[in-house]
Design a protein around this ligand. Sequence first.
Ligand code: M6R
Length: 363
Amino acid sequence: ELGLYQHYMQKEIFEQPQALADTLQGIEDFSPRIFGENAQAVFETVDSILILACGTSYYAGLTAKYWLEAKAGIPVNVEIASEYRYRSSVPNPNTLVLTITQSGETADTLAALRHAKEQGMAHTLTICNVATSAMVRECELAYITRAGVEIGVASTKAFTTQLAGLFLLTLVFARLRGRLNPQQEADYLRELRHLPAAISAVLALEPQIIAWAESFSRYENALFLGRGLHYPIALEGALKLKEISYIHAEAYPAGELKHGPLALVTEQMPVVTVAPRDDLLDKLKSNMQEVRARGGQLFVFADSDTHIHSEPGIHVIRLPENYGVLSPLLHVVALQLLAYHAALVRGTDVDKPRNLAKSVTVE
Ligand code: M6R
């Protein structure tokens, strides 16, 4: 079943172009109905969105907050399900409760959904990869990602397909709220359709990432930096690395460096930076200089438009395209490959990392 691949995780990373193509299949008749029969009426009623999820799915939610607020102008809160379920919060019956879950069986996410419903929040949507799951049964609306079965404990293709679903949700809300003209909508849909090819081009960077992995795997700690839309991607890159290589990794929004984590930076600290060209790139560059000034080794994922060049202490891999607001879907693939190859060098059990289960169905 593994074919040419050594691990399910590697296979699943390489299946992402297909998983995206399958998930985006119905995009030609793009309308609110892709989220369910009654979706338009529900979406027109709600005034905000509350996203509940765990782990990687939570990071998909954090990314979606940037999209939904910037493009659709709808306020979004994102909460870790295991916290939300036990917190006294202020229920808003006009909120759309959105759960994100690959398995649809995560105990904390299901409990968080039930908690929200008990508090009178009746509008519920899930973005889920398993059509027959408890989560899909318990939500009013559902969008099923078509990642296919994900076996590796570290989630990869489920994440990128969740992001695709969340971007479609952003476009639906933007359309309903009069924030998207037909030309803009057509442009975004074209970019979505091109994603499988754009991701394939990132996968082709594997040899360069393998070349980094050897030196990278010798560290015991790593920092990941990103800003804006790419901060959640830095979080996801750090989670992937710690799950499968057991290297301790932490992610920060780069602007937070001097509020604490800069104290950790020495020659022994690799700093992975997600640095596509965007509005915050100049800010990020000055954060990178702060790291270099303390001897930190920078491993930078730039893109065709970034204008950062390799020099001593700064290692740069350039993604072939600048992908605008959809750039998180490309950058995360590079970070998945870095974690995978660092783990391979360290000889860990990539598909079944110690102490972890694929689906966390008990608290
Ligand atoms: O099935 P779910 O998406 O609800 O799972 C949530 C997390 O348990 C999951 O994403 C976990 O963090 C992964 N091991 C991350 O790689």
